[in-house]
Ligand binder design. Structure first.
Ligand SMILES: [Fe+2]
Ligand SMILES: [Fe+2]
Length: 177
């Protein structure tokens, strides 16, 4: 029987899972765009004009994607961090890091409109490397957070997870997988 408590846990667990999947999909897209941009920073050393035009277009796309990603990540992760023991500090460090990344991407967008091709390529290279590291770090953290339902809210999320696994859809998914 699924109790109210399990319904609560099920809803929270499904929302956390959907949020985690969204973040991972956005990371994949950001990695793809950053890798394309890095190729252009190298290409611009032998075809400066063409490489720079593509890089400028990519910067605009990365800016839009990153800003949306930071917003979504805050919506998903901050409430989860804040429920963990010691999570307030981690939540604050995420906010600080995102504030830095917002400044960086705005500076790069300004450079993309008014700066030299060399300056843009150099800045892109360093921001892309920093973002790759940050994405890898966050994904390790997300993997650890798969264990969170066991510790949240006195096991209510665990109850939700069990209810999901034991539902017809959950049994079908585990039989298929
Ligand atoms: Fe982040
Ligand atoms: Fe991220």
């Amino acid at each position: 029987m699924i109790t109210d408590e399990m319904h609560w846990g099920l809803g929270q667990y499904a929302a956390a899972e959907a949020g985690r999947r969204l973040i991972l999909e956005q990371h994949t897209e950001l990695r793809r765009l950053l890798a394309l941009g890095l190729v252009q920073t190298y290409a611009s050393s032998y075809d400066r004009q063409a490489g720079s035009a593509v890089l400028r277009a990519l910067v605009a796309r990365i800016r839009t994607t990153l800003i949306q990603h930071l917003r979504d990540e805050e919506a998903v992760l901050l409430p989860l961090f804040e429920q963990q023991p010691g999570g307030l500090r981690r939540a604050q460090s995420l906010r600080d890091e995102h504030a830095r990344q917002r400044q960086e991407i705005e500076a790069m967008a300004a450079l993309s409109e008014a700066g030299s091709a060399d300056a843009l390529a150099e800045r892109f290279d360093s921001l892309a490397r920093a973002l790759f590291l940050d994405i890898a770090h966050e994904e390790r953290e997300l993997t650890r957070m798969e264990a969170l339902p066991r510790v949240f809210e006195g096991g209510r999320l665990a109850a939700g997870r069990r209810a999901l696994e034991e539902s017809p859809a959950g049994r079908a998914a585990s039989a298929a997988g």
